[in-house]
Design a binder for this molecule. Structure first.
Ligand code: G3P
Length: 219
């Protein structure tokens, strides 16, 4: 499986996000590989209405209904049709473990699936205890890299992350700089169930070509 994180790239916002989802849907149908667009909260409802794909949110907040200006409620993204949410991405890090634990509980209460990011193996051990739907190992220093992917730079750490995740019974996703079929193949060979990708697809001149290339890694 592939999670495509649209982040707040211009190419992954508003009308352009809708166009990108159409491309992703075409590739997913053609290859029969599960691809999940992870989109901005403001785009969820329209994207879900126009696509058969499972769509996820990039984040939800801890707050409940009430006087919490600006918060993104788990209930709201679920009602808009998101089936899951990323949590603790290194670009949206929770300040401490208690807050992460509380927001995971909130997401689960409203039946959102969860993917919690870990920046390193020590953090992975902690997040596995929260029993997310997926755990992700993503070293922040390699995010957005055009030259070095996590699979090239850290195969031993991916193997360690896989072993810890398998022990906990949680499927592992790997991300950071993933940009080729070779990168995907390496992650899968090491035992990951999938990858999280952003820049290689979202800001590509030809997102379809890049995405088709990534799917080759699962063959
Ligand atoms: O969530 C995945 C993302 O952070 C990876 O970014 O640009 O390295 O594929 P990128």
């Amino acid at each position: 499986m592939i999670f495509i994180n649209f982040k707040t790239y211009k190419e992954g916002s508003g009308e352009k996000a809708i166009d990108l989802v159409k491309i992703i849907e075409g590739v997913s149908e053609e290859t029969q590989i599960k691809i999940i667009p992870v989109v901005q909260a403001t785009d969820i409802k329209e994207i879900v209405g126009g696509s058969k794909l499972e769509v996820w949110a990039q984040n939800v907040d801890l707050e409940d209904y009430g006087a919490h200006t600006g918060a993104i409620l788990p209930e709201a993204v679920f009602e808009d049709g998101a089936l899951g949410t990323f949590l603790n991405h290194s670009e949206k890090k929770l300040p401490d473990f208690d807050k992460l634990e509380a927001v995971v509980k909130r997401a689960k209460e409203v039946n959102l699936k969860t993917l919690i990011f870990a920046s390193d193996v020590a953090e992975l051990v902690k997040i596995l205890s929260l029993k997310p739907t997926y755990a992700a190992y993503e070293p922040p220093e390699l995010i957005g890299s055009k030259t070095t992917s996590v699979s090239q730079a850290q195969p031993e750490l991916i193997a360690k992350a896989v072993s810890l995740s398998n022990e906990a019974g949680i499927p592992l996703i790997v991300g950071a700089g993933v940009s080729s079929a070779r990168d995907v193949k390496k992650c899968v060979e090491l035992g990951a169930v999938g990858v999280a990708v952003a820049s290689d697809v979202v800001v590509a001149n030809d997102p379809k070509k890049e995405l088709l290339d990534l799917t080759e890694g699962f063959k």
